[in-house]
Each structure stands twice: as structure tokens, then as C-alpha cells.
Design a protein around this ligand. Structure first.
Ligand code: BDR
Ligand code: CA
Length: 346
């Protein structure tokens, strides 16, 4: 497993110090306010790990406000088997105190062929970051059933308590609705990173990656009437790491997560660039940020459709009348989000 060690001003520390620091925030809160428990939000994350998905997982597991029940894999940035393996790699880095359930979901979109994002996330999906895993080490509980069955099961177990965060294509969510719509209706909230509403796409001039990979799934989820908050490129393009942030705020952390961020984003100090360009977007972490602090964003209720017709507008979102309303994030306090993100990484 990733046995990174870090140097702190007080000498060399170990992994456990980093993890305990984060996971004990909850307990500290309780000590400061004896008898007052901070309510934790029950959360599941469906992801296609993915460098920014990995950062979203780190942010979520380091946030004492969240009780991360399950992490599930979907085809997207990489094939689903790779995404599932990457969940386990990232959990070995995080070493959560409460082991989440993990499950594998759809291996292909409802319609069309898979499209991978190797050019952004690397062939392994984690930008080639190094992990060393010890034999037999497991920071999870595997559910052998498909991910899309787990959503409704969990929602039935904790009615109106569970927030589902989706940071990949929406195939698993659409299949979940197909299997047990009644169960899915017991989710408290669904927060989705995806789409480009009043801005351009990142796959095509119109379409964002997660929606482009499986627009039919996205349409079904949008039409479901579930309580959805959409975190589209309109806001995620406003939140990013810069070389200055890496030099001044990430590198000085000198911990395993800073090292992972540097390797996975392909950041080079000498040229002061990331592998993919001058900035690195924190798309998926912002979806977690919105769950942690909804006041980070300004939203509008919109009714949306997704183009499923093959052609130049495949995966495009359009505002249409008569569909269920979705809470769409259109503005974000980028500075406050970055502060939150970095404070949890450190
Ligand atoms: C989305 O596409 C993926 O490559 C990222 O992980 C993110 O979920 C951004 O368009
Ligand atoms: Ca993703």
C-alpha cells in the first residue's frame, strides 16, 4: 500500500498522523460541545476514478461532516474494472477508519460505445501516480452485487437520509431507476457533476464528458423527478489548481496527499505546468464541496433535456419547458471552495 512518509517541521511523521488528524475532527467537535453531536450526512459516491474523482474521494473521506457509506464504480474515464481497482488504490491511500462498501456497476453506456479519457487521466486513470499496496490490505467491504442495486438498498435502509454523489457517467443511476425506482425515491438528494448548461462543453463544443459518454442515462435520470442538484462545467470550470497553488499551498503540506496530487495531476515545478495544461480543474471535488456547503454555489431551478441523437449535438444539455425541475449550480465562490478543499487535503 502507499506507505508515503512526510516531513513536517517537527520531524518525520507517519501516515497515521495524517489520517487521524482528519478523522478526529468529528471527535474534537464533540469535545468542544459536549453532548452535542455534529450530525453527519450519509453519502454514497458513484465514480469513474479518474484523477479528479480520486481528489473528490479524498475530500469526502477527510470531511468529518460526511459518513461515507459506499463507493461504487462506473464505466467512464476508464473501463469499470480499472475504476473499481482505482477506488481500492485510493482507499489504500486514505485508509478510512470506517470501511465503506464498494461495488462495481455498469461496464458500458446504455447506448453507444464506451469513450475513455486516457488523454486526461492517463492509461491507469490516476495519471501514473505510484501506489504500493501491501498484500491482503483491505480498507473496504466488497458488495458482490451490482452498484446500481446498492443505491436503492441503501436508500431503503436509511429513507430520506442518503445523498448520492455521481461523478461519472449516469449509467449506474439510470439502471438503479430501472431496477427499483421506488427505492431510489427514498434517496434524500442526488448531486451530479456533469453537463454544460450555459457554457461550452469539454468533449465537443456543446457536451461535457460525463453526459457525452451516456446521454440516454442522463436523460432518464433528469426525467426521473429525483431531487437533483447539477454541478456542471458552468461552475467546475471556475475551480482549479494553478502552479501557484501547487507551489505555495500544496507542496508545503509535505504529506502523502500532496504527493499524490502532484503525481496524479502531472504537475512539474520546473515548467510550472500540469500534464494537461496550465491549470487542473477540480470538477468532481466541487460536487462533494456542494454537499459539504451548499452556500458555495448559487443555483437556479431549470428543466433540462439531453440530446441523445447521434450527431454534432450528442450529449448537449438544453433548457426545455415541461420537464422536472433540477437545481442547477450556475455560480460558485471559487476562493472559498479552494480554501475548503486545501484545508481538508492538509
Ligand atoms: C468530468 O469528466 C471526467 O473526465 C472527470 O472525472 C469529471 O467527472 C468533467 O467533465
Ligand atoms: Ca469523474
Amino acid at each position: 500500500m502507499a506507505r508515503y512518509r512526510y516531513e513536517s517541521s517537527g520531524g518525520q511523521g507517519s501516515w497515521d498522523d495524517v489520517i487521524m488528524g482528519a478523522s478526529m475532527l468529528q471527535e474534537l467537535g464533540e469535545k468542544k460541545n459536549p453532548g452535542r453531536k455534529i450530525p453527519m450526512k450519509k453519502v454514497m459516491i458513484d465514480c469513474d476514478v479518474g484523477v479528479d474523482d480520486a481528489l473528490a474521494l479524498i475530500l469526502a473521506f477527510h470531511s468529518s461532516e460526511l459518513d461515507l457509506k459506499a463507493v461504487t464504480a462506473v464505466n467512464g474515464n476508464v473501463p469499470v474494472d480499472k475504476a473499481f481497482e482505482n477506488i481500492r488504490k485510493v482507499l489504500c491511500l486514505i485508509r478510512p477508519r470506517q470501511k465503506p462498501i464498494i461495488a462495481k456497476g455498469a461496464g458500458r453506456p446504455l447506448k453507444g460505445e464506451p469513450v475513455y479519457a486516457y488523454s486526461i487521466h492517463g492509461k491507469d486513470g490516476l495519471g501514473g501516480a505510484k501506489f504500493e499496496r501491501e498484500e491482503g490490505e483491505e480498507w473496504w467491504q466488497i458488495d458482490p452485487d451490482p452498484a446500481y442495486e446498492l443505491f436503492a438498498e441503501m436508500a431503503r435502509q436509511y429513507p430520506n437520509e442518503v445523498t448520492l454523489i455521481a461523478t461519472g457517467p449516469l449509467t449506474n443511476l439510470a439502471l438503479g431507476l430501472q431496477r427499483d425506482e421506488e427505492g431510489m425515491r427514498r434517496l434524500k438528494e442526488v448531486v451530479i457533476m456533469g453537463g454544460a448548461v450555459r457554457t461550452g462543453g469539454n468533449m465537443t463544443p456543446d457536451a461535457e464528458f460525463n453526459l457525452f459518454v451516456d446521454p440516454l442515462a442522463a436523460r432518464r435520470v433528469f426525467e426521473s423527478g429525483l431531487p437533483i442538484t447539477l454541478v456542471p462545467l458552468d461552475v467546475t470550470h471556475q475551480v482549479f489548481l494553478t502552479p501557484r497553488v501547487m507551489e505555495e499551498r500544496v507542496k508545503p503540506l509535505r504529506n502523502a496527499f500532496a504527493q499524490f496530487m502532484t503525481e496524479a495531476t502531472g504537475y512539474h515545478s520546473i515548467v510550472r505546468r500540469f500534464k494537461g495544461g496550465k491549470v487542473f480543474h477540480l470538477h468532481d471535488p466541487l460536487a462533494v464541496g456542494v454537499v459539504l456547503d451548499p452556500a458555495l454555489v448559487t443555483t437556479e431551478q431549470l428543466s433540462l433535456d439531453v440530446d441523445v441523437q447521434e450527431g454534432e449535438h450528442y450529449g448537449r444539455i438544453s433548457e426545455v419547458p415541461g420537464k422536472p425541475k433540477i437545481e442547477v449550480c450556475l455560480e460558485v465562490d471559487s476562493k472559498r471552495f479552494l480554501d475548503l478543499f486545501l484545508s481538508r487535503i492538509g
